[in-house]
Design a binder for this molecule. Structure first.
Ligand SMILES: Nc1ncnc2c1ncn2[C@@H]1O[C@H](COP(=O)(O)OP(=O)(O)OP(=O)(O)O)[C@@H](O)[C@H]1O
Ligand SMILES: [Mg+2]
Length: 229
């Protein structure tokens, strides 16, 4: 039985992740408990190798725990098969990474349209919604550019437009400002705050104290264990 609060979007219950390579084992997560509520903006901080990305992969259902439960919207993901999980991820979660992962041969507009194709949205609507997302983040004059014709900050904004165009309940950003200078990094954070103000739950992973502190709630991971301030 998994009783959850109405507005609890994600719940990690005693989540362990152990990577085995030959004879060696890495305990990347050692019993993490975390509740993320709808509309929240949360930062996960911790040094390199502490388990932040592994934790993010659990929250976003990109990987499964070795032990423990990941419950999303009251549903235990352990009961879902890979197809269900992929469909669920596509509908509920938007991902933003430090390295952007834009497709180099597609234009900015086409990159942002892509997640809508996986949702089988008709092409005209895809175009309209992608354009709208890009206009909103100030890239109206870059629609036909290729990613390599943009600055780092602009690329990250395209990645954010791509993550938000499906209107996911949850945005997971792993070191989203890691490759940006401090000023550009802050404008990306401002953008997350605007998106959050519209009700989207946002989780930002960072090892940068200053970035982490901009979030109203901050948790820390160290050696696979989580603590809350
Ligand atoms: N696929 C994997 N196979 C084996 N070990 C892994 C794997 N992924 C992560 N690890 C190990 O798990 C631990 C946590 O890694 P993780 O990537 O979560 O750290 P992180 O906090 O995100 O670090 P960084 O700030 O450098 O990105 C590390 O010791 C890492 O070597
Ligand atoms: Mg990481």
């Amino acid at each position: 039985m998994n009783k959850t609060n109405e507005n609890e979007l994600v719940k990690l219950q005693d989540v362990w992740k152990i990577f085995s390579m030959g004879n060696t084992e890495v305990q990347a997560l050692r019993g993490i408990n975390l509740s993320i509520h709808q509309g929240e903006i949360l930062s996960i901080m911790g040094p390199s190798g502490s388990g932040k990305s592994t934790c993010m992969n659990m929250i976003g259902c990109l990987d499964r725990p070795t032990k423990g439960n990941v419950i999303i919207n009251g549903r235990n993901t352990a009961t879902m098969n890979e197809n269900e999980l992929a469909a669920f991820r596509n509908k509920t979660v938007g991902f933003v990474f430090q390295q952007y992962f834009l497709l180099p041969n597609l234009s900015v507009l086409e990159n942002v349209m892509l997640p809508l194709r996986y949702q089988r949205i008709p092409i005209e609507e895809r175009r309209e919604r992608a354009e709208e997302a890009l206009v909103r983040i100030g890239l109206a004059d870059r629609l036909t550019h290729k990613p390599n014709e943009l600055s780092g900050g602009q690329r990250q904004r395209v990645a954010i437009a791509r993550a938000t165009v499906t209107k996911p309940a949850l945005i997971l950003a792993d070191e989203p400002t890691g490759a940006l200078d401090s000023e550009t990094g802050h404008s990306v954070l401002d953008l997350f705050q605007e998106i959050n103000a519209e009700g989207t739950t946002i989780v930002i992973v960072t090892h940068d104290q200053e970035i982490g502190r901009t979030a109203p709630r901050m948790v820390r991971i160290k050696d696979g264990l989580l603590s809350e301030d």
